[in-house]
Design a protein around this ligand. Structure first.
Ligand code: F6P
Length: 566
């Protein structure tokens, strides 16, 4: 069990209690609860969703949960009531409730970086307060948001002018990872709420074509760059920002003074922002307790606020907060992120799933799967437990997906008739952002048809009864029993978007707690960054010594240099 009683602030985060789990030998797999789940998995293996629905006529209504505006139907997953009972018993044994409370209270649950994990504080209502490590973090959050709102209104109203006196027409967000994926996902998702007259573009890749193509048709006089980097040391972002500054000053034929009207920064590192040449007065801060992939509701969302306005940005935060409150207070067995997180553990560790599809039936959510890839995989792609020991079980699902119905004409064949178990989340809305004829009804009929076809399939008898030639019957059988979760809301709004993101954030925490890993660090991305910096001079310098490299890398670099005439 995790120790009960919160440890807040600089005290150590909760740790497994030695009385119940031997820290030298045991891990979660040796608990009675895990063993019971293993046995149970054997017992119900082969049970078909057809059977589960036939024996419980109410399953499709009963196994649902409503959280804020989201209706979550998890009935088409491969589990029984007993499965859920065992999964929640496992969660209780591992102290998930305490873990959730510890996060909300600001305990340093990011142990390897000795940091609190407080993205939930970013969406606290304006009358809330939360003191962590002696600091009222809610007051800090609200102060920055106030500055963001004032700045956004100035830009949107035309009061903020560029160096040559023209109003800003295009915002270019420069950032990567969490400093890009959240803003671009939300900007695309909330297209129906953007205001005319101001558009956003996003540059992330250090591939020079990205910055080149993004600014190629822009007018520097009407362009504002928002440079977003938590650390302000990220190679890609700094290189793109340097290039953007060069493009701006050349295009305006101006000196460095022009930067102040065309560059703002979002960062936790004021010193580096100043070193880069951006006036700290034009910087919007956030804090080390906001992980990059959790940072959209912080100042990192500035480009989204510029696009949709502060009031709608606040609606998005209220949406997040509604799900935060549900996660914080609902009993485990009625808690949507907990239930979905536990089902993901069930598939990963007991039924052998490797991947998880996310299939939004909304064109505006086309970047949502990419956003979730960082959120889930950078968080839970770990093989070492919180105490440094190796895990003995799988962690971290591989998330992937595309909007429906495009995916139907690409990879759904594998979902329907392939050999792999791929749990899939279908996300849809009753009301379209644009209602054109019967198109939305056709669209959503695909959503409902696919989730039913995946669950119930078509038996050989049914296929034969349709007059199918005998030799074709096996090819046309649809096995079914493919698990899906349906997440539906009335409409894609700032509020429902915030709810969706919070839902997945808390699924991630739930899984991480069961797997006893730290979802809030990302040490695995460091080595590649260090090596890229070490190798860069070997690509450009005169006669570099490649003999210290492995033979493959040496040959690749030698060939590259030849082709670049070096
Ligand atoms: O390389 C991974 C990462 O550290 C992410 O966690 C982060 O979102 C991204 O890089 C960008 O970092 P920064 O915001 O500091 O530029």
């Amino acid at each position: 069990m995790w120790q009960s009683g919160l440890t807040v602030g600089r005290e150590k985060a909760a740790r497994p209690c030695e009385e119940t789990i031997d820290p030298m030998a045991a891990d979660v797999t040796s608990t009675d609860e895990w063993q019971a789940l293993r046995k149970h998995a054997e017992e119900i293996r082969g049970t078909h969703l057809r059977e589960l629905f036939a024996t419980d006529r109410d399953r499709g209504r009963r196994l649902t949960v409503e959280v804020a505006d989201l209706y979550v139907d998890y009935s088409k997953n491969l589990f029984t009531d007993e499965t859920l009972r065992l999964l929640t018993a496992l969660a209780e044994r591992l102290g998930l409730t305490d873990r959730i409370a510890a996060m909300f209270a600001g305990a340093h649950i990011n142990g390897t970086e000795d940091r609190a994990v407080l993205h939930t504080a970013l969406r606290l209502p304006s009358d809330a307060s939360l003191t962590v490590d002696g600091q009222d973090v809610a007051a800090d959050v609200h102060a920055v948001r106030q500055r963001m709102a004032e700045f956004a209104e100035k830009v949107r109203s035309g009061q903020w002018r560029g160096h040559s006196g023209e109003r800003i027409r295009t915002v270019v967000n420069i950032g990567i990872g969490g400093s890009d994926l959240g803003p671009v996902m939300a900007y695309e998702a909330l297209k129906a709420y953007r205001d005319a007259g101001l558009s956003c573009r996003f540059v992330s890749n250090i591939d020079p074509t990205d910055i080149h193509d993004t600014v190629a048709d822009l007018d520097p006089a009407t362009t504002l760059f928002v440079v977003v980097s938590k650390t302000f040391s990220t190679q890609e972002t700094l290189a793109n920002a340097e290039q953007a500054r060069h493009w701006l000053l050349t295009g305006l034929d101006a000196d460095a003074d022009a930067v102040a009207r065309h560059f703002v920064a979002v960062s936790t590192n004021a010193q580096r922002v100043a070193d880069f040449g951006i006036d700290p007065a034009n910087m919007f801060g956030f804090w080390d307790w906001v992980g990059g992939r959790y940072s959209l509701p912080s100042a990192v969302g500035l480009s989204v606020m510029l696009s949709i306005g502060p009031a709608r940005f606040d609606e998005m935060l209220a949406g997040y907060h509604a799900v935060d409150e549900h996660f914080r207070t609902a009993p485990l067995a009625e808690n949507a992120p907990v239930l979905l997180g536990l089902l993901n553990v069930w598939y990963t560790n007991f039924l052998g799933a490797q991947t998880h599809a996310v299939l939004p039936y909304s064109q505006y959510l086309h970047r949502f799967p990419a956003y979730l890839q960082q959120l889930t995989m950078e968080s839970n792609g770990k093989s070492v437990r919180t105490d440094g020991r190796q895990v003995s079980y799988d962690t971290g699902e591989i998330f992937w997906g595309e909007p429906g119905t495009n995916g139907q004409h690409a990879f759904y064949q594998l979902l329907h008739q392939g050999t792999r178990l791929v749990p899939a989340d279908f996300i849809g809305f009753s009301e379209p952002n644009h209602d054109i004829g019967d198109m939305h009804d056709l669209f959503m009929s695909n959503f409902f048809a696919q989730t039913a076809a995946l669950a119930f399939g078509r038996t050989a008898e049914q296929v034969a009864a349709e007059g199918t030639a005998a030799d074709l019957v096996p090819h046309r059988v649809m096995p079914g029993n493919h698990p899906t979760t349906s997440i539906v809301a009335d409409r894609l709004t700032p509020a429902t978007l915030g709810q969706l993101v919070a839902l997945y954030e808390h699924i991630v925490l739930t899984e991480g707690a069961i797997w006893d890993i730290n979802p809030f660090d990302q040490w695995g991305v460091e080595l590649g960054k260090v090596m890229a910096n070490q190798l860069a001079p070997l690509l450009t310098g005169d006669a570099p010594d490649l003999t210290t490299l492995d033979s493959s890398t040496a040959a690749l670099i030698a060939r590259y240099r030849t082709q670049r005439n070096r």
